[in-house]
Each structure stands twice: as structure tokens, then as C-alpha cells.
Write a protein that binds this ligand. Structure first.
Ligand SMILES: Cc1cc2nc3c(=O)[nH]c(=O)nc-3n(C[C@H](O)[C@H](O)[C@H](O)COP(=O)(O)O)c2cc1C
Length: 458
């Protein structure tokens, strides 16, 4: 489906509040300020200079220990889950250094309470003048459940049941203050109009919450909702609730098939499919010349131990891959964890006949989207996916931080602008407007809940 000229690529940045990539933190040009406010503020300024829609933090609530039944490989190799700061706190620091950049954090519906989540994101939305976004995850590791006084996680379907009700409670809490409830009239006095601040009296299967929230309705109405569900239930959840979704695909064809399917699902929930943005993960490695990029690529890959990649893949799949021989291909397995990551590695293993060792090396240094080259080549790859109808934009990861983002902003952003594919200024006054999403009125969530209920009954 060809694109109309006025649609532009949306860009989110996958920032890690820790070392993130097992080769990236060892790369000499990377910086090690994971525990410094200035490090995150610097990244935020770079992304805003590059007119990114938002900075996004994934989150993990445990140091993963699925591989070899231990967290040794995560810690030793500085893998994805080795060190993670609380992302909402980091975003507040980034908010203070920027004016337009959206600020997105993950919060788990399985381990937090709706009141805490509604309050955190309402607060961030106010303090950033409408730039907050929440990535809704249900979490998929027993290690995380064990940090929240549970023996193990509940099964996926139950997690999504809880998540559906969690979202309803959060929306009710954000709606518990009408938009004009905060009057702040010194004379009368009328600080907040009690007629416009309402109990929610939610009583459900998972939650009993009285409300109201003690924060006024967020400037965006609801902070932007992000999601990355991959299972059938996860896709349905995303199609119902999310404003934008993150996905990872190993090929244009699978990305395009997913894009078509999820937009159809959004339609079946009574939504305009354009109100759900799809952002596949992409990790460009860019340089001024092909020779520079090839040298960077070689150096980065040499720094990745296969066990580091297998450790992270074990965490993503929730399967201990150390049970399989390193020099044979990964057999077909049942995956309780992230289906999307399994499809991605299955596709790569079968196509390229990878052994597990090679897969580990590749997963540890994986650059989604095959975007390794000069600015022109990287822009060609992004343009192909966007114009070919496989996405509405991208979730850009950096092979190393913060230099990977700096290179992208310096070299690729101007090329995308020259092609008319990317904004030259922030058009909106908040994140929703930049994403071209309407501001939800009080009660807007109910239409989606009703469409869902009638679908279930059918
Ligand atoms: C780009 C991307 C980012 C994700 N970030 C997180 C995260 O920060 N924390 C988390 O627990 N899960 C994260 N996930 C996993 C998803 O939330 C989801 O649980 C997973 O895709 C499995 O989907 P399912 O629950 O429908 O099987 C992410 C997935 C993708 C593709």
C-alpha cells in the first residue's frame, strides 16, 4: 500500500538504563555513565535534537537467571538485564533537560498496583507538560514474580485478564478528575471543585479501588499507551488499548504481515487503524563510509561472547538454552516467553542454518533490520519498510550508547528529512499531538471496552 506524502516516519529510541548490549558497553567509543544523571540528560538532548517522538525504557524486575539456572552470564557479560535503574525516575531527569521529547517507561501490570501506575504517569505527564507514555507489560519471568512475594508468575491468559482490568482501573483513575476540576481560585477559596473529583468505586476480580486519584487529570487526557504483546492474546490486548506498539521481526515480509493483521484487529475493536502506530525494532549501525562501518561492525561483533547472547535469549524465551548442544541447530521448542523473539530467531536459524553458538553470537550483537552502512543505505532500508506498508516508524536501538544515537541523528536524520520522510520541527505541543493522536475525553476508554465485550459475546 503506497504511502501518502504527508505521513512521516515516527521515531522512538530504545534506551537502556544500564549497559544493554553485551558488546556495546565494551566498545571503546561507548560511555559508562549508567549511574549518572548527566549521561541520560545528554542522550535526551541528542534525541530531541534529532526530533525523536520519544525515548523509551524497557524494564526488567529481576536479574535474569534462566540460562544455566544462574545470573552469572548476565552479570559477567553486562547483558540486557544485568543492571537496570528505575526508568520512571530516569525519565524525570530527562524531562528536566528537554521540552518536546516524549518519555516512555515500562511498568508491569502483574507486579504493580493500578493506583501506583496511574499516579506515576499522571505525575510525569504534568511535570513534562504532556510527554508521558506507559509501556504496558504483563512480565514473563518467574524471577520477577519472586521479587514480588510470589512463587511463580501466573499463566499468560490470567496475566492478560489482570492486565485488562488493570487498564480499566487506571483509565478510571485518570478520569476521576474532570479536566476543569482544578480551579485554584485564591479568593473563593476553591482549590479543586469537589463536584468534579469523583470516587471510582471499582470492584472487580483483581482489584478493589475506591479512588479518586490525588493527581489532576493528565494534560494528555491519558498518557500515551504503548504495548508489545506478541501472542494472540497479547495482540488483541494491544489492538484494543495501545496507541503504539513495538514489535521485532527478522524480515520485511513478516513485519508487513503483522502490520496488516494488527491494523485489522484494531478495526475490529471499532478503532481507526491509524490511531495505532506500529514501530518495529531497528538497530542501525551507520558511518560516513562503508569501510568505517565495516570496521565498527567487526569490532562490535568481536566483543560479544555467544553465552551472553544465549543468556538474554533464554530470558526472552523463558527457556534454559544451555540444555541444548552448542554446535547443533536450536530444535523446535515450546516457548512460554516472548513468542515474537522466538519467531524471529526461528526464522534466522532456519534460513541461515545457524548453530546455537552462532545464534548466541548473533543474538548478542543483533542489529534488527539489517541497517548497516552509510546514511544513504540505512535510509534506504528504513524507507523500504515505511513506504512498503510494514510500519509507521521505528524503535531505534543504538549498537553502543550514546554514540550510536549521536551517529544516527547526525547522519541519518538529515537524509530522512531530505527525502521528505521525517519531520523538520516538532509539530505538536505534546507527545500525543506529535504522534498525531487525538486527546481522549473523559470516559473515552469505555468505547474500547464495549467493543471488546461485544466481540467476546459474538
Ligand atoms: C521492543 C520490545 C520491548 C519490550 N519491552 C519489554 C519490557 O520492557 N519488559 C517486559 O517485561 N517485556 C517487554 N517486552 C515483552 C512484551 O511486553 C511481551 O510480554 C512479549 O512480547 C510477549 O508477548 P505475549 O505476552 O503476548 O506473549 C518487550 C517486547 C518487545 C518486542
Amino acid at each position: 500500500m503506497p504511502r501518502t506524502q504527508d505521513k512521516k516516519i515516527h521515531l522512538a529510541a530504545f534506551v537502556t538504563a544500564g549497559p544493554g548490549r553485551p558488546g556495546g558497553w565494551r566498545y571503546p567509543a561507548s560511555e559508562s555513565g549508567w549511574l549518572d544523571a548527566a549521561y541520560y540528560q545528554g542522550i535526551a538532548r541528542t534525541l530531541e535534537h534529532g526530533l525523536f517522538d520519544l525515548a523509551f525504557f524497557a524494564d526488567i524486575l529481576a536479574v535474569p537467571d534462566r540460562y544455566q539456572g544462574s545470573n552469572d552470564t548476565q552479570l559477567r557479560y553486562g547483558a540486557l538485564g544485568s543492571l537496570r535503574l528505575d526508568p520512571v525516575v530516569v525519565l524525570s531527569i530527562m524531562a528536566a533537560a528537554t521540552k518536546h521529547l516524549g518519555l516512555a517507561s515500562t511498568r508491569s501490570t502483574s507486579h504493580y498496583e493500578p493506583f501506583e501506575v496511574a499516579r506515576s504517569f499522571a505525575t510525569l505527564d504534568h511535570l513534562s507538560a504532556g510527554r508521558a507514555a506507559w509501556n504496558v507489560v504483563t512480565s514473563f519471568q518467574d524471577a520477577e514474580a519472586r521479587n514480588f512475594s510470589k512463587k511463580q508468575q501466573v499463566p499468560r491468559n490470567k496475566r492478560y485478564d489482570r492486565a485488562d482490568e488493570f487498564l480499566e482501573v487506571v483509565f478510571k483513575l485518570w478520569d476521576s478528575w474532570e479536566d476543569d476540576a482544578l480551579v485554584f481560585d485564591r479568593q473563593t477559596p476553591l482549590f479543586a471543585d469537589p463536584e468534579k473529583v469523583n470516587y471510582i468505586d471499582h470492584q472487580g476480580e483483581w482489584f478493589n479501588v475506591r479512588g479518586p486519584l490525588n493527581v489532576a487529570r493528565p494534560p494528555q487526557g491519558y498518557p500515551v499507551i504503548l504495548q508489545a504483546g506478541a501472542s494472540d492474546r497479547g495482540r488483541d490486548f494491544a489492538a484494543r488499548w495501545a496507541d503504539a506498539i513495538f514489535v521485532s521481526h527478522d524480515s520485511f515480509d513478516s513485519a508487513k504481515a503483522f502490520y496488516t493483521e494488527i491494523k485489522d484487529r484494531a478495526r475490529s475493536h471499532g478503532r481507526d487503524p491509524d490511531s495505532l502506530k506500529v514501530l518495529p525494532a531497528a538497530t542501525p549501525l551507520v558511518g560516513e563510509t562503508q569501510a568505517i562501518v565495516e570496521e565498527k561492525d567487526r569490532a562490535l561483533r568481536a566483543l560479544v561472547d555467544p553465552h551472553a547472547g544465549l543468556s538474554t535469549l533464554s530470558y526472552h524465551l523463558d527457556v534454559d538454552l544451555s540444555a541444548y548442544p552448542l554446535d547443533a541447530a536450536l530444535p523446535d521448542i515450546d516457548v512460554p516467553g516472548v513468542q515474537g523473539h522466538y519467531h524471529e530467531v526461528r526464522e534466522a536459524t532456519d534460513r541461515d542454518r545457524l548453530t546455537l553458538r552462532e545464534l548466541g553470537k548473533r543474538y548478542g550483537s543483533r542489529y534488527e533490520g539489517d541497517l548497516i552502512g552509510t546514511p544513504d543505505k540505512v535510509a534506504d532500508g528504513l524507507e523500504r519498510w515505511f513506504r512498503g506498508g510494514a510500519c509507521d516508524g521505528f524503535m531505534i536501538s543504538a549498537p553502543f550508547q550514546p554514540g550510536g544515537f549521536e551517529d544516527f541523528v547526525r547522519l541519518v536524520v538529515p537524509e530522512l528529512q531530505r527525502r521528505g520522510l521525517y519531520r523538520t520541527v516538532y509539530e505538536g505541543k505534546n507527545l500525543r499531538e506529535n504522534l498525531r493522536l487525538a486527546r481522549p475525553e473523559v470516559g473515552a476508554w469505555r468505547a474500547r471496552a464495549a467493543a471488546h465485550a461485544s466481540k467476546e459475546a459474538a
